[in-house]
Write a protein that binds this ligand. Structure first.
Ligand code: GLN
Length: 485
């Protein structure tokens, strides 16, 4: 059961081979056993989840079930879920009980899915290893000394360790794709504006986008069907017709043009990851694809540009956590200013403070033109690079992450090294494009998963999922699970 696809779980529920209450209990038991090791979940509420499951069982009996009805899904703790503690991985929100549902949560509720619990994450989604969480690091199920990636590290670890059927994540600079790669699962960040950000705690609003993390592309397609949709409460939500993301899964790949950006295969890439990506490309040739050499000339500027723009937006978004409107309030203070200072000093961790400092600096009067405005211009050029590339290819492929999962503590005191973990993913957010990661083999002497990144043109999610699914029909990397589950 724990290795079953979402379609298989749906069929088992429909055929009454298992009830949603039983399935939810099975996962709750697994969480009780394994979560003390992985720390993938921050909050589990068995009573609420089981009540949702009982309601789903009634829906199933009455014949009103959808594809995800009764299926237990883990929610990243960045989504407000009514009545649930919602921490965003921060001390600031350690006791915050959300009074309303995020649009994503509403969509899952409407679909009759079960909220199995809230997953651990880097504080305010700032990080690439899940080590900035106030609630402690998450372990990678493939090697407990290794990080799961971040910021959706709890989600990735939970899917890989089979502690949920599927999970949600968010991706501002790589936080769905990089942990998916490091934990050997499949994840997709959709085109900016496809999934509503309403009720999703903001990090960098022009980059943040939610998406599914699951065992396969087919599962991601089913999740995306639920998560997407216009929502007037998010001013950047796009009013488009509802799509069925499973519609093209079966299509053959004959004639597909895959662009390989030369800038993705240079020094920074570790040789084991490079080799697995080349093998995946060879598999795609067998499936009928042709390979086109392309260039994304501004690739090297993506990380510096992101670390101007994302902190700038974060410094503004995080101003609401002042101990009055939201968040932790210091016990002792002398006056109002002191209360703000102490509350924020106590409530935020190191990385968040670093970003707020950078953000206020680049937005300050004397430096705005030199940094913020300049970064906005380069962001435009980075988006143009992709537009030019897509004139020659249908999808772009390359590594998701420059290396396999690194060890806990390994990059802790070197922020720049940590930031470079996202060198291949960040430009996709800056351009607002959809990107995904699928498992394509193992590196580090065959022990740790490697992710293949697939980047599509705007609104090409269905095609990307088709490209990923056909590979997953031809290979079995996505079915591999860590030992000892
Ligand atoms: N690792 C990047 C950062 O720390 C991206 C995080 C994300 O996508 N949320 O900002």
């Amino acid at each position: 059961m724990i290795n079953a696809s979402l379609n298989q779980l749906g069929a088992a529920l429909a055929a009454k081979k298992i009830s949603s209450v039983e399935l939810t209990q099975l996962y709750l038991n697994r969480i009780a056993t394994h979560n003390p090791v992985y720390n993938a979940y921050l909050t589990v509420d068995a009573k609420t989840s089981l009540a949702q499951a009982a309601a789903a069982d009634s829906l199933l009996s009455s014949g009103n079930a959808g594809p995800l009805t009764g299926i237990p899904i883990a929610q990243k703790d960045i989504f407000c879920a009514k009545g649930w503690r919602t921490t965003c991985g921060s001390k600031m929100l350690a006791d915050f009980i959300a009074p309303y549902d995020a649009h994503v949560i509403e969509q899952f509720n409407r679909a009759g899915a079960i909220n199995l619990g809230k997953t651990n994450m880097d504080e305010f989604a700032m990080g690439s290893s899940n080590e900035t969480s106030y609630f402690g690091a998450v372990r990678n199920p493939w090697n407990q000394k290794a990080v799961p990636g971040g910021s959706s590290g709890g989600a990735a670890s939970a899917v890989a360790a089979r502690l949920c059927a599927a999970a949600t994540g968010t991706d501002t600079g790589g936080s769905i794709r990089q942990p998916a790669a490091l934990c050997g699962i499949t994840g997709i960040k959709p085109t900016y504006g496809t999934v509503s950000r309403y009720g999703m705690i903001a990090f960098a609003s022009s980059l943040d986008q939610a998406g599914p993390m699951a065992k396969s592309a087919e599962d991601c397609a089913l999740m995306l069907n639920v998560m997407t949709g216009f929502d007037e409460r998010d001013s950047t939500s796009l009013q488009r017709e509802k799509e069925d993301y499973t519609r093209d899964l079966h299509l053959p790949l004959t004639g597909l043009r895959i662009g390989l950006p030369r800038e993705f295969f240079t020094e920074g890439l570790s040789s084991d990851v490079g080799a697995r990506v080349q093998e995946a490309i060879a598999e795609y040739r067998k499936l009928g694809a042709t390979i086109v050499g392309i260039s994304l000339p501004n690739t090297r500027l993506a990380v510096p540009v992101y670390y101007v723009l994302a902190p700038a937006e974060a410094s503004s978004n995080l101003s609401r956590f002042d101990g009055v409107r939201y968040g932790h309030r210091a016990d002792e203070y002398t006056d109002l200013a002191d209360m703000y200072e102490k509350s924020r000093a106590q409530g935020f961790g190191e990385e968040v403070k670093r970003r707020i400092m950078i953000g206020t600096y680049v937005l300050s009067h004397g430096y705005y033109d030199a940094y913020y405005l300049q970064a906005q211009k380069i962001r435009r050029l980075i988006a143009q690079d992709f537009t030019d590339a897509f004139a020659h290819c249908d999808v772009i492929m390359g590594p998701t992450s420059p290396s396999t999962a690194f060890n806990l503590g390994e990059k802790g005191d070197d922020p720049v090294q940590m930031y470079l973990s996202d060198i291949y993913t960040i430009a996709v957010n800056l351009a607002g494009l959809p990107g995904m990661s699928i498992p394509c083999g193992f590196g580090a002497s065959g022990t740790m998963p490697v992710g293949l990144q697939i980047i599509g043109n705007y609104f090409e999610e269905a095609r990307m999922l088709n490209v990923a699914h056909q590979y997953q029909l031809a290979t079995d990397w996505h079915t591999r699970a860590p030992q000892g589950l």
